[in-house]
Design a protein around this ligand. Structure first.
Ligand code: ZN
Length: 406
């Protein structure tokens, strides 16, 4: 068996394509394979009909999977086909996608490596590629995946923002809650960008069949979704609501802590985590500490009790009972006269209609928040993306649940 035959089998190259020479460079651990097209006719890439060849294009090179630890390159002059209907067109190489400098097998392998690797840098080293080449494979993989995405209805969406760069640079992500997949990402968190997001992610039919959208009480999101998806309910989710309640408790703690700092004995020293953790997750020692602090009748204690007493709200089955519970809770907040807490309670009261929708749909942004930490990892792995587009592609690559193989 000739070495050319061996590589023909290995690369799956068949007539009329033929390996004419193989150049093994032992010192460089590199093998160059030269392929020629051996027919005077070929298939037009547009209509797939057979027509005469016209000429040969200049030599192109494709990177293939390493063969026995040799970096492997295919070189070939692709023929151009003269189609009476479509004109003179380059024939498609059977081992690669149009425009790609890699063979199909190499691309499929690179995608698996990038998905599994801890960082972009680790994948880059394993594959022996530069950053630009990796980004190009990723980009094409994501485009394939998006084109293949199902057009079936999506019942529940989650929309959320995330800081992109330092300062006030945000991105907005749209998540399919049932699939746990990021559908699309846009820059900024304005009403306009949110509308673009909806149009990019969903076709008209999908837009009119969404049952509910989960979101923070952010005006721009609310406006965009109520206008674009008038059939969908808005659900202000409990994840964000508990964040607001936690923030209020923390503001009150900070202020009180400052007041105590002027005295010699500050009981609130190093107590931050006690007020913000879920009490069930605290150690026995921490629980004892929290209980003794609660006996001091501090403002932060009152705020903490209000925060904790909001939790049963989510346990109701009936909307009207939940609403009654909320009204009692709201009364309690007003009696306590803690401005930071009252501010949150007023905001909740103003939005109560779209908070109570939770009892029709029971969705939350928990899935979106889980994906958010994965997005954060993507960001730190890549040591920060300079361009938004690069970041978007990476998010969809890792969190889009796309079918990306070539
Ligand atoms: Zn044609």
């Amino acid at each position: 068996m000739q070495v050319e035959d061996h590589y023909s089998l290995l690369l799956g190259i068949q007539s009329p394509w033929e390996i004419t020479s193989v150049d093994l460079k032992m010192a460089e651990s590199r093998v160059d394979i030269y392929v020629e097209y051996m027919d005077s006719t070929g298939k037009c890439p547009e209509c797939k009909n057979t027509h005469p060849t016209y000429d040969l294009r200049k030599t192109r090179t494709w990177r293939h999977l390493d063969t026995m630890q040799f970096s492997t390159f295919i070189h070939c002059q692709l023929p151009r086909i003269n189609c009476p209907e479509h004109g003179v067109k380059s024939a498609q190489a059977p081992w690669a996608n149009k425009q790609s400098g890699f063979t199909l097998m190499f691309e499929a392998f690179a995608i698996q490596v990038m998905l599994a690797a801890k960082s972009v840098e680790a994948a880059r080293k394993l594959l022996g590629l530069n950053w630009k080449q990796l980004e190009s494979i990723k980009h094409q993989a994501v485009n394939r995946g998006l084109a293949r995405r199902s057009k079936d209805n999506i019942d529940y969406l989650g929309v959320d923002e995330k800081q992109f760069r330092k300062g006030h640079n945000y991105i907005t992500t749209l998540v399919d809650i049932d699939q746990g997949a990021v559908l699309e990402v846009v820059e900024y968190r304005t009403e306009e960008s949110c509308k673009t997001l909806i149009d990019k992610a969903l076709n008209e039919n999908q837009q009119s069949n969404v049952k509910a959208v989960c979101m923070d009480m952010w005006k721009a999101f609310y406006n965009a979704f109520s206008e674009k998806l008038p059939n969908a309910s808005i659900v202000h989710d409990h994840f964000h609501i508990s964040q607001y309640l936690n923030k209020a408790v923390d503001q009150i703690r900070k202020k009180e802590n400052r007041e105590f700092n002027t005295t010699s004995n500050n009981p609130l020293k190093k107590s931050k985590f006690l007020w913000l953790s879920n009490p069930e997750n605290l150690s026995e020692e921490a629980k004892v500490q929290l209980n003794s602090l609660n006996e001091l009748n501090l403002k932060v204690s009152k705020a903490w009790i209000l925060k904790e007493s909001f939790k049963p709200f989510w346990q109701y089955r009936s909307k009207s009972w939940a609403e009654k519970y909320f009204n009692v809770w709201y009364e309690n907040v007003t009696k306590n006269k803690l401005p930071a807490m009252l501010k949150v309670a007023d905001m909740l009261k103003n939005h109560i209609g779209n908070i109570l929708t939770y009892f029709d749909h029971s969705i939350s942004n928990a899935v979106a928040e889980g994906l958010n930490s994965k997005i954060q990892m993507t960001k730190s792995n890549a040591r920060g993306y300079r361009s938004f587009e690069g970041f978007r592609v990476s998010i969809l690559f890792h969190c889009g649940k796309l079918k990306m193989e070539p």
